[in-house]
Design a protein around this ligand. Structure first.
Ligand code: DWN
Ligand code: ZN
Length: 411
């Protein structure tokens, strides 16, 4: 019997994606990373948390080789500019203090820095922290939690805001995290964080949101529920288009603010949609299997026809797809990516070469699988490669769909 990571109640096993490598353990020599864990999902019907059962140690995932950097997307830079202005800068004073947890390469810190806000960024990955520090930003390599918050209280004091984007769902011990937050925020302080949203994952059958780093996929009812036993409370939500559909959550000390109508409506909608019901997740699991079969059959058919198929975006998400679908370089010859730290390496567990976008172009592909589907608008608009009318794109959400780039561009 397995138990919920947060409320410790019994959990329902949902989907088992099988043995997986770490999503960002790109290999220098194909096959050199032997680490595997069982990627199985589960649902807790007491606190409504959708979670993975087993996960690698955080220090094994967020290490000095961690190759994901927020600033690789222009749209995300713009998004974080708006995030910082909307949530902090607009209502700030000379005494405003901010901690960003999971500050990565400092994309959001830079906005606070430029606005003269007092801030500190905390991130576990040495590679990301170094990038932020190289920009002259105040970023510290550490795991944010009850222990480290004692250091922060001494050195930085209590803060008005703890911010996080795509980080809270990566933290295995949420109880520790929320205690740490309540110890570091001022009485009227806020925790504002945004994470991939369960509703979008269910609607898009985007099972690739599930990998080692994403220990939870949150809904509003799950965040609301897990805070009931704490001195914190969910007071607002705000849906975001980023990363394939995300939700921004605002949390305050109990009694400081009333729940917004937007939050109350979202909680009601989620209950009506069955996000508290294990059957919803069993249905999702069967759709994942159907989607895998459709994708594998398409790729095998294209291989029969000697078509050149490549990928676009060596994402963390693609590690789940490639391994769950058991794909290799006979089906997808290479994956193009703009991240220098990934180029020249191989996809974790599946040995597909990661190459530059120029190399992909030189391969004259017939089909391109858009693994970075969450950046589709930005990629299709900016990369001339997709102006070639002979190239067909394989879209992965909501279903497997093949379209000419020109048709997709017109949508
Ligand atoms: O939570 C997480 C999310 C937010 O970011 C992390 N655990 C890790 C990471 O997940 P991901 O790797 O799935 O993120 P992306 O943003 O979907 O990755 C996009 C990839 O595509 C990057 O390797 C950069 C690349 N890229 C590109 O080659 N050309 C991206 C853009 C926008 C482009 O134009
Ligand atoms: Zn639970």
């Amino acid at each position: 019997m397995d138990f919920c990571r947060v409320c410790k109640g019994a959990i329902f096993k949902i989907q088992d994606f099988g043995l997986m490598p770490r999503a960002n353990a790109f290999e220098v020599v194909s096959g050199d990373d032997k680490f595997r864990f069982n990627l199985a999902t589960a649902f807790c019907n007491k606190c409504f948390l959708f979670q993975i059962v087993e996960s690698p140690k955080p220090s094994d995932m967020f290490n000095s080789d961690y190759p994901f950097f927020t600033g690789m997307s222009r749209k995300m830079i713009q998004h974080f500019r708006e995030f910082a202005h909307d949530e902090v800068i607009r209502g700030s004073s000379s005494s405003t203090k901010v901690i960003e947890v999971g500050s990565n390469d400092g994309t959001l810190l830079q906005v606070l820095h430029d606005a003269g806000i007092s801030y500190v960024g905390i991130d576990a990955s040495e590679s990301a922290v170094k990038k932020a520090q190289a920009q002259g930003l105040h970023s510290i390599q550490a795991f944010f939690g009850r222990d480290y918050v004692e250091v922060l209280k001494e050195t930085f004091g209590k803060v008005d805001y703890v911010l996080g984007a795509n980080v809270v769902c990566h933290i295995p011990d949420l109880v520790d995290f929320f205690v740490a937050v309540s110890q570091i925020i001022k009485d009227d302080g806020s925790l504002i964080f945004e994470e991939p949203y369960l509703g979008d994952m269910l609607n898009l059958v985007s099972y690739d949101q599930i990998y080692d780093e994403h220990i939870f996929i949150f809904s509003a009812i799950s965040i609301d529920k897990i805070l009931t036993g704490t001195n914190l409370e969910l007071v607002d939500v705000n849906h975001q288009e980023t990363h394939g559909g995300s939700m921004r959550y605002t949390v305050k000390r109990k009694g400081v603010a009333t729940k917004t109508t937007r939050l109350l409506n979202t909680l009601k909608m989620e209950l009506e949609m069955g996000y508290s019901d294990v059957e919803t997740f069993n249905l999702f699991a069967s759709k994942c299997g159907e989607k895998r079969d459709a994708f594998v059959n398409l790729l095998k058919d294209l291989r029969e026809k000697n078509m050149v198929v490549v990928g676009y975006g060596a994402t963390s998400k693609s590690t789940t797809i490639l391994n769950y679908c058991n794909l290799d370089s006979t089906l997808i010859r290479a994956i193009g990516d703009s991240t220098p730290e990934k180029i020249g390496k191989f996809t974790p567990g599946t040995g597909i070469p990661v190459v530059s976008h120029e190399t992909i172009r030189d391969m004259n592909p017939d089909y391109v699988v858009l693994f970075a589907w969450n950046h589709a608008k930005e990629i299709l608009m900016n990369d001339d490669f997709f102006k070639n009318p002979d190239i067909r794109i394989i879209f992965l959400t909501p279903g497997i769909l093949v379209s000419r780039a020109s048709d997709a561009n017109n949508n």
